[in-house]
Ligand binder design. Structure first.
Ligand code: ADP
Length: 397
């Protein structure tokens, strides 16, 4: 929950009142809420999204929250939603009308696991806050709408794109857009000046090539499975492998897709975990060969994408690391950048070691490319887009 308006946005003075998470909706849910006065974790039976929102609003309005600004649903002036897939229709955030809702529904085919839940959240918010409270959809795909045809088309028969919209869409758009914006602020650059490669390395990982503020290429594709090695996703692979695994292991194509999404990546190679922290510890403490290999694959693929995006952009003056791994792991950032000296990337070891969970430069003064670590803040961008959409302003970042 963020208090913001156009003036605060301009001055970077939005105020975060509350952040939280509700896990295991449908059973005994775990609710974590964090305000300025502290962090609280409780469990409660919560049957659906509506009940979850009700719970949060009741808690906010209670004296326990210490949030004098919000005494009930009427004090919430607009609701922003992260919506994973906006297909070809949504090139920017949109106020949710019945027509927009239909548009989000029509993208279910493209994101069957995510869009239905996003719709549930929108309907729940409508019932808790009432139809008079505007709601805004901020699409994960929208930022990549600027990809040129040669970057978003797959080299398969063109009619498959025309008939079924099989193409690359890209994801993590809100995160890439936010860190590219922060990068420009840190360097005092305008959109026109900045050619930058952003790497969102979390459990899901993606890279984006950003030219003059617009995404011109990205590593995720039709679904989030393509591109970098991720926690449990394979990233790029030869498509013929799907059939091969299916035949050899007696799995349906659907089961193979699930294997590539949930049992591959860092987890698949290491056989241990998708958690990068654990893998780094395993290497340090036990010199675990497969943990080391998983880390090597992860870093090599990321480096390869940086190289290819440098070519796509015709050179870049900035590289940004974000996401749980990108923000917090100097070691992984160093391993990815090692070997990019030819391109003008020279990390400063002490800056890199210090930049954990905060934003700043991690390359040396002589580095041709400025390398930054910037914690992402998708919620802030969603809140800002919500304000701008409700007021009919186009977003500039
Ligand atoms: P998600 O993509 O689910 O939002 P996050 O962005 O929170 O995920 O990133 C989760 C990943 O970040 C996990 O693999 C976790 O191990 C990793 N991570 C968090 N802190 C560190 C750290 N200090 N060193 C290495 N990896 C870290």
């Amino acid at each position: 929950m963020i208090a913001t308006d156009l003036e605060r946005i301009k001055l970077d003075q939005d105020v975060r009142l509350l952040r939280g998470e509700i896990e295991r909706i449908g059973g005994e849910a775990i609710i974590t809420l964090q305000t300025k006065s502290g962090r609280k974790t409780v469990t409660a039976p919560i049957r659906d999204m509506g009940a979850a929102l009700d719970f949060v609003i009741r808690w906010i309005a209670s004296d326990e929250s210490g949030l004098a600004e919000v005494r009930g649903p009427a004090d919430v002036h607009a609701v922003g939603h992260r919506v994973v897939h906006g297909g070809e229709r949504f090139s920017e955030s949109a106020v949710i009308t019945d027509d927009v809702l239909k548009g989000i529904e029509s993208c279910i085919e493209l994101a069957p696991l995510h869009n239905p839940n996003n719709i549930k959240g929108i309907l729940a918010a409508r019932s808790v806050f009432g139809p008079g409270t505007p709601q805004v959809a901020v699409f994960d795909t929208a930022f990549h709408h600027s990809l040129p045809e040669h970057a978003y088309l797959y080299a398969i028969p063109y009619h498959l794109y025309r008939r079924h919209k099989i193409r690359r869409y890209g994801f993590h758009g809100t995160s890439h857009r936010y860190v590219a914006y922060r990068y420009r602020r840190l360097r005092n650059q305008t959109r026109e000046q900045a050619n930058v490669i952003t790497l969102h390395l979390g459990n899901g990982c993606s890279a984006a090539a950003i030219q003059k503020g617009c995404s011109v290429d990205t590593s995720m594709g039709m679904t989030p499975l393509e591109g970098l090695v991720m926690g449990t996703r394979s990233g790029d692979l030869d498509p013929a492998i799907v059939n091969l695994i299916s035949g050899k292991e007696g799995l349906s194509p659907h089961e193979v897709e699930s294997l590539l999404n949930t049992q591959s990546g860092l987890l698949g190679i290491s056989g241990l975990t998708n958690d990068m922290r654990v893998l780094l510890d395993e290497v340090k403490e036990h010199d675990d060969r497969r943990a080391r290999l998983a880390i090597e694959l992860f870093c090599y693929r990321a480096r390869k994408y940086i190289g290819s995006f440098l070519a796509a952009l015709g050179g870049a003056e900035g590289i940004v690391f974000t996401g749980g791994i990108g923000e917090n792991s100097p070691e992984i950032r160093e391993r990815i950048c090692r070997g990019l000296e030819w391109a003008g990337v020279a990390l400063d070891d002490s800056r890199n070691q210090q930049m954990i969970g905060k934003e700043g430069l991690i390359s040396g003064d002589g580095s041709k490319i400025g390398v930054y670590a910037i914690p992402t803040d998708e919620e802030l961008l969603i809140a800002r887009d919500t304000v701008r959409c409700v007021l009919g302003e186009r977003h500039p970042s």
